[in-house]
Design a protein around this ligand. Sequence first.
Ligand SMILES: NC(=O)c1ccc[n+]([C@@H]2O[C@H](COP(=O)([O-])OP(=O)(O)OC[C@H]3O[C@@H](n4cnc5c(N)ncnc54)[C@H](OP(=O)(O)O)[C@@H]3O)[C@@H](O)[C@H]2O)c1
Length: 247
Amino acid sequence: MSVIVITGGSRGIGASAAECCAGRGMGVILTYKSNPGAAESVVRRIEGAGGKAVALKLDVADVGSFGNFRETVLLTLKTTWGTTALGGLVNNAGYGLFNRLETVTEAQFDGLLSVHLKGPFFLTQALLPLLAEGASIVNLTSATTRVATAGVAPYAAFKGGLEVLTRYMAKEFGERRIRANSVSPGAIRTELGGGLNDEFEALLAGQTALGRVGEPDDVARVIAMLLSEDSTWINAQTIEVAGGYVV
Ligand SMILES: NC(=O)c1ccc[n+]([C@@H]2O[C@H](COP(=O)([O-])OP(=O)(O)OC[C@H]3O[C@@H](n4cnc5c(N)ncnc54)[C@H](OP(=O)(O)O)[C@@H]3O)[C@@H](O)[C@H]2O)c1
């Protein structure tokens, strides 16, 4: 059985991806930062459906903790699945923040940088020794890298950096047959940035060819596909999952 790590798997897209991957036969290590109850609910839902999952605490902004996290992942792999190898890593954890360029503080900038670019960089580096030949890395970016959206400049800039980093991961890890791709969602109905109010949702739906905002499962199924045997020749790509947002 392939076992994968999904950061930020306690809610939203990460939780949906965890359930979707477990439903397709993968073992799932999902992480949470502040809400163990939500993470345990996801684990129970997966177990209730016949799958296997473990929730671990991780702050992706805390690079200094990644060595210990790798050891905890290794122990979990051995005790729960009887293996020492990971089949995939999904760098999904994140948060949103609306503030226009002229009022963004240095602390806001640094916080977004830590979670959306520095964290995925060093977490991938830390878990690399555990990734099996043929493993798949999926990095969650955003359609705001393509369509400028006032109020999210640092977030979008770091997601753009993560798309570039994804191509470098593919280049450097290719010799171990490890693939790396970005999944770039449009507006998805989650709690990110405080969630969508009716007015904002109507605006975004109107800018989307398919006429609605996305649901977490719309993205989760693409993440699961990129972790599966169906996508072994997809590499170094950014796949926008947005229903045709601003086309
Ligand atoms: N929703 C959208 O419209 C949208 C669009 C484009 C891209 N994305 C991207 O998709 C990813 C998932 O977003 P979402 O909408 O599912 O968000 P969400 O519903 O707000 O869930 C965020 C998840 O990330 C975790 N998290 C937040 N900060 C963390 C940190 N510092 N360290 C570790 N975990 C942390 C949360 O854990 P706790 O609950 O334990 O705090 C939670 O599990 C993010 O990278 C986001 O930027 C989302």
